[in-house]
Design a protein around this ligand. Structure first.
Ligand SMILES: C[S@@+](CC[C@H](N)C(=O)[O-])C[C@H]1O[C@@H](n2cnc3c(N)ncnc32)[C@H](O)[C@@H]1O
Length: 290
């Protein structure tokens, strides 16, 4: 089936029972930790955050103001993560096109567009998310350049070599890495840039820890070991140029979030234990497509 970037014909988004379950999860998802943070400036992220936190927000004595300040601080940290990722995509021009694999409610593509003026195609397996994100892009006045598609990131149907950069921000744990990186390698032009930010289990720990297994069960995902990323990249023409362990930088977000009684989802302590016992790492890998 021939399919263009304009998306006249759509592929069947899910290819397995598992992918149906993932789509159901994200179609139904309405966690305040995603929606309340996004409402602040209409940049909706479904990932965590990096950097030092402003801890004084916890000292706020007025209860309503305290919630408001914690929400804003968590959003600042998640926005910092999106900016960090976007900063590694460039240099890009406004004529370039980027691919946001597993785009959620769309914040990452808008961040890239704001920074570079580029075209962006976001892909999510959730029809609800794609619709929400397109509505946001239209309302922001960037609907001509930033588009979201209800498609499978393993099989987008987009044009080969049509992209200058692509990324996954916390969405690789839902798919087989070889299939995913093969699709990125197909879509990226030569010397195109690929960036991933992900939680991965630490090979030096041995196998996946109890906490990693709990996170998998919580999100219906399958966290890969760190080694799997490099093996799969090497097999798919993606050559790492920069690797950053963001584990320490991720801790303040989780410490703050566990104190945000209006936003907690119950997984906060598991993340903190996993990071602190060395079984789990938060990693950014930047690679060139050769
Ligand atoms: C944790 S969210 C991250 C969203 C986004 N990258 C962000 O940073 O805000 C995971 C996303 O992966 C998407 N996803 C999972 N499996 C997918 C697949 N096979 N194809 C496309 N999207 C998928 C989900 O629909 C969801 O949007």
């Amino acid at each position: 089936m021939a399919i263009s970037q304009s998306g006249a014909t759509a592929t069947i988004p899910t290819q397995s029972t598992y992918q149906n379950r993932v789509a159901d999860y994200w179609n139904a998802e309405k966690n305040p930790v995603n929606l309340e943070l996004g409402k602040i400036d209409d940049l909706y992220h479904h990932h965590y955050g990096v950097g030092d936190a402003e801890w004084s927000v916890l000292d706020e004595t007025d209860p309503a103001r305290r919630q408001e300040r914690i929400t804003a601080e968590l959003h600042r940290l998640e926005q910092a993560q999106a900016e960090l990722l976007a900063s590694h995509l460039g240099p890009l021009t406004s004529a370039d096109r980027v691919f946001d694999a597993g785009c959620g409610r769309g914040g990452g593509s808008v961040v890239a567009n704001l920074r570079y003026g580029c075209h962006a195609d976001g892909v999510t397996i959730s029809a609800t998310q794609a619709e929400f994100a397109n509505e946001q892009a239209r309302a922001r006045g960037v609907g001509d350049k930033v588009r979201y598609h209800h498609r499978n990131m393993l099989d987008t149907g987009f044009t080969s070599g049509g992209y200058a950069a692509s990324w996954n921000n916390e969405s690789t744990m839902y798919v087989e890495l070889d299939l995913l990186f093969a699709e990125h390698a197909r879509l990226l032009r030569r010397a195109g840039r690929y960036v991933v930010i992900t939680g991965c289990y630490n090979d030096t720990y041995g196998q996946a820890s109890r906490e990693v297994s709990l996170i998998n069960a919580h999100y219906i995902c399958d966290i890969h070991p760190r080694s799997a990323y490099f093996r799969a990249m090497a097999r798919n023409r993606l050559v790492p140029v920069h690797v950053e362990d963001l584990t320490q930088a991720a801790l303040p977000y989780w410490e703050l979030r566990r104190n945000a009684e209006h936003l907690v989802t119950g997984i906060e302590d598991t993340f903190l234990t996993a990071y602190k016992n060395g079984s789990f790492q938060y990693l950014m890998i930047v690679a060139d497509r050769v």
